[in-house]
Design a protein. Structure first.
Length: 317
C-alpha cells in the first residue's frame, strides 16, 4: 500500500521533544509493525536550525515539500504566539486547500489560528497558553480541558506529551485501533490516555480578595468538611446573600458556590496526592459528603476519577 506522507514543519527555536512526538509515532521503523507512513522535516529555510535544547539540527528541505504531504504536523511554535512568516502561512493554506490534514502540537495551534484554519472551530493548546490563544483569536473556540481536538482536516493538541496522544489518535483514525495499539505498545505507552489536561494544571493560587472578603474566605477554607452554605458564608461576612454574591463576582470573578467547590476539589487533590486515605474519607474531609459525589465532580471538572488521579500523581504510590 502507498505510505501516508507526514511532513513536520519546524521553526527556530524548535522543541526537540514535540518534534519527537511526531517522529516516534510516524517515522520510527518497528520490526513487528508494518510501516504505513513516511516522515520528513522541513522549514522555511534549509540548513542549521536552532533548538530549545541548545543544539542545532540540520534541515534539508524547504516549504515546497508541503505540496506532497498527506499530513502536515506543526510540532510547537516558539515563542507562543509569535507571528509565522507569510510564506509559512501561505504554504499551510495551500496544503489545506489541496486536502492535506494539518495537525498542531501544543503552541502550533497559534500558527493554525493565524492561518485562519481554526476560525469558528474548537481547538486546544497547552493549558498555560489557552487564555492567550482565546484572547488573540476570539473567533476560535478554545477548549483548555481536552488532550486533543480533531476535525478531520485540522487537529490540535494540548501541551508537549499530549502531542503523542494526538498522533496516536491520528493513527487510529487512519489504520484502526489495533495498529495504533501496536505502535503504543512499542513506545511503552497506553494507546489511549484517560482524562483531560486540566488534571495536570497546577492548582491555582488563591485569588486576591480585599479585606471585606478575606477573613470569610480564610474561615471557610479552614472548615471545608463542615456544612458550609451560602447563607452561612453571608452571615460570617455580615452581608446579605445577594451582596455576598456581588462581592464574589466583583473580586473573584465567580459565585460563592463555585468558589467553595473549587477549594474542595483543590483540597481533595492534595489529599489524593499526599495521603493514602480512602476516597470516601477524603470526600467527607473536604465537604463533598460521599465518594460518589467526589467522583462526579472530579469527572466533571478534571475529566478523570479520584482513583486514576491518585495513580498518576500520588506521592505514596
Amino acid at each position: 500500500m502507498d505510505r501516508h506522507r507526514v511532513v513536520a514543519l519546524l521553526n527556530p527555536p524548535q522543541s526537540p521533544f514535540e518534534l519527537a512526538c511526531a517522529a516516534e509515532v510516524f517515522g520510527t521503523g518497528r520490526q513487528d509493525v508494518p510501516g504505513r507512513y513516511t516522515f520528513r522535516i522541513c522549514a522555511e529555510s534549509t540548513g542549521p536550525l536552532a533548538t530549545t535544547a541548545g543544539y542545532a539540527m540540520h534541515v534539508d528541505a524547504g516549504l515546497a515539500v508541503l505540496q506532497e504531504a498527506d499530513t502536515v504536523v506543526i510540532p510547537g511554535w516558539q515563542p507562543a504566539g509569535a507571528p509565522a512568516p507569510p510564506a509559512v502561512i501561505e504554504a499551510l493554506r495551500d496544503a489545506h486547500r489541496r486536502g492535506a490534514r494539518i495537525a498542531a502540537i501544543c503552541t502550533g495551534a497559534f500558527v493554525l489560528a493565524q492561518a485562519g484554519l481554526l476560525d469558528g472551530r474548537r481547538a486546544t493548546t497547552h493549558w498555560r497558553h489557552a487564555a492567550m490563544l482565546a484572547a488573540a483569536f476570539p473567533e476560535v473556540r478554545v477548549d483548555p480541558d481536552v488532550l486533543y481536538m480533531d476535525h478531520g482536516d485540522v487537529a490540535t493538541s494540548a501541551g508537549t506529551g499530549a502531542g503523542i496522544d494526538l498522533c496516536l489518535h491520528l493513527v487510529r483514525s487512519d489504520h484502526g485501533a489495533a495498529y495504533a495499539a501496536e505502535i503504543a505498545r512499542n513506545m511503552v505507552l497506553p494507546p489511549h490516555r484517560e482524562g483531560s489536561q486540566l488534571q495536570y494544571a497546577t492548582r491555582p493560587s488563591p485569588t486576591w480578595a480585599d479585606e471585606s472578603l478575606a477573613p470569610t474566605l480564610d474561615w471557610a477554607a479552614s472548615r471545608l468538611g463542615t456544612r458550609l452554605t451560602i447563607a452561612r458564608l453571608a452571615e460570617r461576612a455580615g452581608l446579605s446573600t445577594r451582596t455576598l454574591a456581588r462581592r464574589f463576582n466583583e473580586q473573584l470573578g465567580t459565585s460563592p458556590g463555585q468558589w467553595l467547590l473549587g477549594r474542595r476539589l483543590d483540597e481533595a487533590r492534595v489529599l489524593l496526592e499526599q495521603t493514602d486515605l480512602p476516597v470516601e474519607s477524603i470526600a467527607a474531609r473536604v465537604g463533598l459528603a460521599s465518594a460518589v459525589n467526589l467522583r462526579r465532580h472530579f469527572r466533571a471538572h478534571l475529566g478523570t476519577t479520584p482513583g486514576t488521579y491518585r495513580r498518576v500523581f500520588g506521592e505514596t504510590r
